[in-house]
Design a protein around this ligand. Structure first.
Ligand code: PXP
Length: 238
């Protein structure tokens, strides 16, 4: 299973002091050297962590795959068309949220999403939709013309080990199977860490995980290369 490392929270640490350290670009390069097969960053409307400067520099230096998470707004579309990341991941965004709170409501926004996606696909950008493990939402993703979805593992990650977590895991499994049957490429992410990632790895339809916070937190203690290497080693076992 492939690992894409989300570097947002290296920028969060930098912004805590409005400083120029730590450099998220350097973190991304170290992550690639340690085996990450993609780099993810979320350019938010409020620019609370990643800035346009980061995105531009990442585009220049990333050798694997740059995945830009963004809201489906006119402002972000313009930026994506200019920067041309390899992948754009469409996520919902609320200014007050601490982190992305759930998958995109694709059913409710199908009409606007379809032309938005078409325009980016025309520019040869691959589009992913961050979606809850809900079969109707996944069917809507297929309808709006994406070839890739990222299943939200947040509910699973937030649940304590036990029945609720098992139920959330089964939902992810079913969603991955359904998406795969529709011919979609399946990724997953949100809230995954060195412990809770193991059952997710067992879902064979999922080909890539997007992991940020837990790797940044571990990097603060052991360094970026070791933190990423440890996660890559875990994923290689799966
Ligand atoms: N996938 C998406 C769509 C996200 O918004 C995020 C958080 O930015 C992640 C994955 C990574 O989540 P975490 O930082 O909890 O690993």
């Amino acid at each position: 299973m492939k690992l894409a490392v989300n570097v947002d929270h290296f920028a969060t640490i930098r912004e805590a002091r409005q400083s120029d350290e730590p450099e998220p670009i350097l973190a991304a390069l170290l992550a690639e050297q340690a085996g990450a097969e993609g780099i993810v960053c979320h350019l938010r409307g409020d620019r609370r962590h990643i800035k346009e400067r980061d995105l531009r520099l990442l585009r220049d230096v990333i050798k694997t795959k740059l995945n830009l998470e963004m809201a489906a707004t006119a402002e972000m579309k313009k930026i994506a068309l200019k920067i041309k990341p390899d992948v754009v991941s469409l996520v919902p965004e609320r200014p007050e949220e601490l982190t992305t709170e759930g998958g995109l409501n694709v059913i409710a926004s199908q009409k606007n999403l379809a032309p938005f996606i078409q325009e980016l696909v025309k520019a040869r950008i691959k589009i992913s939709i961050f979606v809850d493990p809900d079969l109707k939402q996944i069917q809507a993703c297929h309808k709006v013309g994406v070839s890739l979805i990222e299943i939200n593992t947040g509910k699973y990650a937030d649940a304590k080990p036990g029945r609720t977590r098992q139920k959330a895991l089964r939902e992810i499994q079913k969603a991955a199977e359904y998406g795969h049957e529709l011919g979609l490429e399946i990724h997953a992410g949100h809230g995954l860490d060195y412990k809770n990632v193991l059952p997710i790895m067992a879902i064979s339809e999922i080909s890539e995980l997007s992991i940020g916070f837990s790797i940044v937190a571990r990097s603060a203690l052991v360094g970026v290369e070791l933190a990423v290497k440890e996660m890559v080693a875990l994923l290689e076992k799966g």
